[in-house]
Structure formats: C-alpha cells, structure tokens
Design a protein around this ligand. Structure first.
Ligand code: SF4
Ligand code: SF4
Length: 303
C-alpha cells in the first residue's frame, strides 16, 4: 500500500483583509514582490505534490493571515482536488473570499476550515456563506475563538447552522482559569470536543504522528514535524525527503492546538475524526461524540 501523509503547508504569505485587533496580520498589506514570492513558493510545493504519485496525501493550508482572497490559493485547491493521489485538500479561512472558484473543484476532495470573526462580519452574513459552501457539496467546519464576550453569539451560530455542520470552539487559553463552570458548560454544549481544546496536553516524550506520517512544509520547501517544533528535518527538494520521517518523541512540554494534538498517539483521535481530520470534522455523530471522556486537567495556551 502507498504511504499516506498529512501535509500542512504554510508559505510566506502574512497578510489579511480582516482587522481582528489581537492579530499581527490584521489589515497587513504585502508588496507585489512579496506576494509573487508567495505565489512561486506555492507553485513549487504544488509541483512537488504533483510528482509524488506513488504516495497518497491529504493537504491542509494553514496560512498566516487570509490566503483564500488570493487567486493562487483558489487555483491551488482546484488543482489539488483533481490530482488522483490527493485524497483531500483543505484550508483554514475567514470565508470572506468569493466562492465561485469552488465550482471548478472536485467538491468531494475539497474542505474548508472556516472561522467566524464577530468583529469583522455579521452572524447572518457568515452563516449564509457557510450554507452556500455546503450547498456546493464542499465539506466545511465552522468555529470561533471562545472569548467570554462571544459565548452568546457562538450559541447563536450553533443554533443558526444546520445540525450536520460541526461547530468547534477554540478555547481561550492565554489566561489561566479564564472560564467559570457555566462558561465551560455552555461552550461544551456547542462543541462536544471543547474539553479537548480547553487544555494543553502534556506531550514531552510522548509519541506523535507528527514527523512520521504528518509534517509541515514552508515556502522554502523545508520540512518540519509540526508547526510547534521549529527544527527542520529535511527539504522536499531532496529526493530522499521521505527518510526524514521517522518515529520520534515530542520535545515540547505540551501541545495545545488542534492541528498539533490531533496527531498525538495517546489521545487516539484519528478514529474520531476519520476522513475529516484535516478540516476538523468528526466522523461520528454528535450523540456518539458526547461519550468521549473529559481529560482531568486544564491549563493555559496562547489561542
Ligand atoms: S481573520 Fe484571522 S488572520 Fe485575519 S486578522 Fe482575523 S485572526 Fe488575523
Ligand atoms: S505533540 Fe504537538 S508539539 Fe509535539 S510533535 Fe506532536 S504536534 Fe508537535
């Protein structure tokens, strides 16, 4: 059987059309040369994926800032969706882009991980766009950072969208004991997986699929095991790149973001997410989700 890899790509792009006050990329512009550099990096990455026909891939774009307002990311997703050895191409987005490009993709190979930003758009407008995407047969997860001031709006988001669209909540972990019991109960009622995100999972010395069957690629083609361990382990330009992938223990104390901890072996989250792992859509029904046990401990994290 061909090896199957989860690849997270993040090029040099670092700008966004939205203005969230806590974000370093808010309303940040880039020069023509910077944008061209990003386009060329993405093109090299796509060419590499295209040539790897003896492996299978799921690809998730995790840009700094918003990438889907750039046509080259729309075209990249379209191109990936037609590659026979790419099972899934997904991207994190604020969903502000045009949606007509989705019609040119193989809909069942594309997925969007979309985040609602209450200061930048209205609930009604955002939900309308989510439903437009779903109507095209494209898989979409929807979520929001669980700031206390947004809890009611997050409940409205859940109530507005069809039940089959999964709504996740990213716990605000920069402040220890940020939530009281009532906040947690309300957010857990929205997202049956909130408890998994509202913790930094102890990871030092733990086994992780990151660096083994999951890895990141940056604009230079450098490979890292994940976005949270900075050491470069190889480069996609090297024909022996696959040799960089091996069993390794995590060198970090803890892992607190979904795109990281979902790969921790002891959490055993692959069966839970199934084919929706990249776009963060659980494979089992909400009723079954509620049977996943709560971890004992809660700590702080930057997101
Ligand atoms: S949409 Fe995302 S990248 Fe853009 S400003 Fe808001 S948080 Fe930052
Ligand atoms: S546990 Fe998290 S930080 Fe450690 S290797 Fe895995 S993804 Fe990276």
């Amino acid at each position: 059987m061909n090896a199957r890899y989860h690849v997270l790509y993040r090029g040099p792009l670092s700008s966004c059309n939205y203005g969230c006050t806590y974000c370093p990329f808010a309303k940040r512009d880039e020069t023509y040369a910077q944008l061209e550099g990003d386009r060329e990096s993405l093109s090299r990455f796509l060419g590499w994926i295209e040539r790897q026909t003896s492996r299978r891939f799921g690809v998730l774009f995790t840009p700094w800032g918003e990438a889907l307002v750039r046509t080259w990311y729309q075209e990249a997703l379209e191109r990936l969706s037609w590659m026979p050895h790419v099972d899934k191409a997904a991207i994190q987005t604020n969903l502000s882009c045009r949606l007509n490009w989705l019609d040119r993709c193989q809909a069942d190979r594309i997925a969007l991980w979309s985040t609602f930003h209450p200061t930048e758009t209205t609930l009604a407008k955002f939900c309308r766009r989510v439903e437009q995407v779903a109507a095209k047969g494209v898989r979409i997860s929807v979520g929001c950072v669980g700031l206390k001031e947004n809890v009611t709006l997050i409940e409205e988001l859940r109530a507005t969208l069809p039940a089959e669209i999964y709504v996740w909540v990213n716990a605000y972990k920069r402040q220890i004991d940020y939530y009281d019991a009532m906040d947690i109960a309300r957010l857990q009622a929205v997202d049956p997986h909130f408890h998994l995100n509202n913790v930094r999972h102890a990871s030092l010395g733990q086994g992780c699929h990151a660096g083994e069957t999951s890895f990141t690629v940056d604009g230079n083609g450098d490979l890292r095991r994940c976005h949270f361990v900075d050491r470069v382990i190889g480069n996609i330009a090297d024909p022996t790149w696959e040799e960089a992938l091996q069993v390794r223990a995590c060198p970090n104390q803890s892992c607190g973001c979904h795109i990281g901890y979902v790969h921790m072996k002891r959490l055993d989250l692959y069966p839970l997410y199934g084919d929706g792992l990249l776009e963060r859509i659980p494979a089992v029904s909400p009723g079954e989700l509620r049977t996943i046990p709560l971890p004992a401990r809660k700590a702080s994290c930057r997101d």
